[in-house]
Design a protein around this ligand. Structure first.
Ligand code: ATP
Ligand code: MG
Length: 207
């Protein structure tokens, strides 16, 4: 089975800036620098045939590139216990539009709908029941924080491999957004990797 999600990759300099926010905090699992991303839609476990179908439907999404900006922090919390700390994404119309198009494409592939409202964020750390007061202190120490605007020229179908030491996310297909896609540094970077043939954007590696 393939554990999949659709996300925006972030530029190196933004991931480096996010990485500098790391602080000592009991029980925190900080996201590795190479793993920072903005999830557009979590898909979950699917077989190879469903993955091919998903990749093909995503390939039909035609949306323009846009700029993204990060500003400040937030956390997911229930009853005073924090599960995740994240950097806030300023939600532009273009981002929301792209996310809706991806939702529709995945609906048509039979992927179960996410019931929660889309809240664009970049997860920085996950916790097992951290107290809200403590995380608020951490946020104060790390503030102020902002990054961007920086250009987004593609979205990515990732495959996630869960390991005890943390997940590995492997880009399976990079989909250029309309506009200046071929000058998009991330797209070029992925195209240059030996393991991936992105000249055919529906190609899925089988290993
Ligand atoms: P770990 O599960 O080991 O903490 P992770 O959450 O980063 O690592 P995945 O569980 O494979 O790795 O998730 C990949 C991405 O999808 C992450 O951005 C995660 O927040 C998001 N995600 C995972 N599960 C769900 C879910 N049920 N609903 C929405 N988003 C999810
Ligand atoms: Mg997870």
């Amino acid at each position: 089975m393939n554990r999949l999600f659709v996300a925006l990759a972030l530029p190196d300099h933004v991931r480096a800036a996010l990485s500098r926010l790391r602080r000592g905090f009991p029980g925190a699992r900080w996201v590795a620098e190479e793993n920072f991303h903005l999830t557009l839609r979590f898909i979950g476990e699917v077989d190879n045939r469903a993955m091919d179908d998903i990749a093909e439907r995503l390939d039909r999404v035609r949306e323009p590139g846009f700029d993204l900006e990060l500003d400040g922090f937030g956390c997911f919390e229930t009853k005073g216990k924090v599960r995740a700390l994240w950097a806030r994404v300023l939600a532009s119309e273009e981002l929301l539009h792209l996310q809706r198009k991806i939702d529709t494409a995945l609906d048509s592939a039979g992927v179960a709908r996410e019931t929660r409202k889309f809240r664009p964020h970049v997860t920085l750390a996950r916790f097992k029941d951290a107290p809200l007061d403590g995380v608020n202190e951490l946020i104060c120490e790390a503030s102020p924080f902002s990054a961007g605007p920086f250009p987004i020229g593609s979205f990515t179908l990732y495959r996630s491999f869960l390991h005890r030491d943390g997940p590995i996310y492997r880009p399976e297909v990079v989909y250029p957004l309309d506009g200046d896609a071929f000058s998009d540094p991330y797209f070029d970077e992925f195209r240059d990797e030996e393991d991936h043939d992105f000249t055919d954007s529906t190609a899925i590696s089988s290993h």
